[in-house]
Design a protein around this ligand. Structure first.
Ligand SMILES: [Zn+2]
Length: 86
């Protein structure tokens, strides 16, 4: 599979919940990995990404994609709130 993203530690640090030190476990080999497959929202290490297909992953992505759409909408609202109170 092609689309693997690296956890952005700087972004996670900004969230301030210690998330930058948490590694998820690869869906296939259970090794801790900072990589994941975005569309299905599964942690997948680089090695397994080379040897496995997207169709082998459960698709948690539908829900996540819906959530992200909501988040983007909310983020827009928050930004305008901050501007108003700032
Ligand atoms: Zn793996």
């Amino acid at each position: 599979m092609a689309i693997i993203e690296h956890e952005d530690k700087e972004v996670l640090k900004k969230w301030g919940m210690g998330l930058e030190s948490i590694l998820e476990h690869c869906h296939f080999c259970r090794k801790p990995t900072p990589y994941w497959h975005t569309n299905t929202n599964n942690p997948v290490c680089q090695e397994c990404a080379k040897t496995h297909r997207v169709s082998e992953l459960p698709d948690y992505g539908q829900r996540v994609r819906a959530m992200k759409r909501k988040e983007r909408a909310n983020a827009g609202i928050n930004r305008s709130r901050e501007a108003a109170s700032g």
